[in-house]
Design a protein around this ligand. Structure first.
Ligand SMILES: [Fe+2]
Length: 312
């Protein structure tokens, strides 16, 4: 796993300098291998007033006592705890602008993916990560690969773009081997995390999935999870529950300085957040068909191990 610094300076990116097609493809390839792409600056404008607003809210014990999510497609905030409508509106417009700026940037840097992603949530993370009191499966300081319990991807990829807006303190991460190596080690009977059942191989599982799909089609909110999504969720939990792995696996440490950005496939790159406060983030669900090295996608790695399709 490596940290790859984007070749163009943040200023050049801000002025619209695009990487060549070959460079953009190479950035995608690095991400798909589990590398982190890093920008030593914020290559778009976030007005200082807006930054001050975000940084001051938590300190004043205001509406930011937990993470705030911005649902890009609905233009709606969740997790905003205050009752001040002006602050809520302002937060929403800052998050909307961040989401749009990040997406414009990624459309240039990762041109092969453009229009082949779905915008997922953006978030603001105002809390100090060090010492947060969270349940085991929600802890950010334990190494894991991401899976969304309520938003299965059916094999598509979870790409996340982060910005550390803390003016003074780095955000500290830890990583270990990427998904392909961890799957070789832990997926299957001997490793401790049972492999997924092939799609279509088990009549009862298919019947349950069929019933859920029918419920969904008539508007009843149930989550239909493919065998792939089911495995990814179990694997996320398995890694966090595995004290021996957490303690003894090889680790690498990364400091993301104040006012820097980075992006990573968090379903491939095992990660933990050790400390840091005040980060913005935008998630993209990138089509598995847009990969430049499709054989490295977790779904293809698992399908190879199982010898059968895991998504429809
Ligand atoms: Fe994560």
């Amino acid at each position: 796993m490596a940290l790859i610094t984007i070749e163009s300076s943040p200023e050049a990116l801000k002025s619209g300098t695009r990487p060549s097609d070959a460079a953009a493809r190479d950035y995608c390839r690095h991400l798909e291998l589990g590398d982190i792409l890093f920008i030593p600056g914020i290559p778009f404008d976030i007005p200082q007033d807006d930054l001050n607003f975000l940084l001051q809210q938590e300190q004043s014990g205001g509406a930011f006592h937990k993470n705030v999510a911005y649902r890009t497609n609905e233009d709606r905030l969740t997790g905003f705890a205050g009752d001040n409508a002006v602050d809520a509106d302002r937060t929403r417009s800052i998050m909307r602008a961040y989401s749009q700026s990040a997406t414009k940037l990624l459309s240039m840097l990762l041109a092969p993916y453009t229009e082949r992603w779905k915008l997922d949530y953006a978030s603001y993370r105002p809390l100090e990560e060090d010492g947060r009191d969270l349940s085991l499966h929600k802890r950010n300081d334990l190494l894991h690969t991401d899976a969304f319990p309520s938003r299965p991807t059916n094999g598509d990829r979870i790409l996340r773009f982060f910005t550390n807006i803390n003016p003074a303190v780095p955000r500290k991460w830890m990583t270990t081997s990427p998904f392909d190596a961890l799957a070789q080690q832990f997926a299957g009977k001997a490793g401790g995390c049972a492999l997924p059942k092939p799609l279509g191989g088990f009549a009862l599982d298919n019947a349950v999935r069929g019933i859920k799909q029918t419920f969904r089609s008539i508007g009843i909110p149930v989550t239909v999870r493919s065998p792939y999504d089911d495995f990814m969720l179990r694997f996320h939990n398995f890694l966090k529950e595995n004290g021996e792995f957490q303690k003894n696996c090889p680790k690498e440490y990364w400091d993301f300085p104040p006012n820097s950005c980075w992006m990573v496939y968090t379903d491939m790159t095992s990660h933990a957040v050790l400390s840091g406060q005040y980060a913005l983030e935008q998630t993209y669900i990138v089509s598995k068909d847009a990969m430049v090295t499709p054989e490295k996608a977790p779904v293809r790695i698992l399908e190879k191990m199982v010898g059968a399709p895991l998504v429809s």
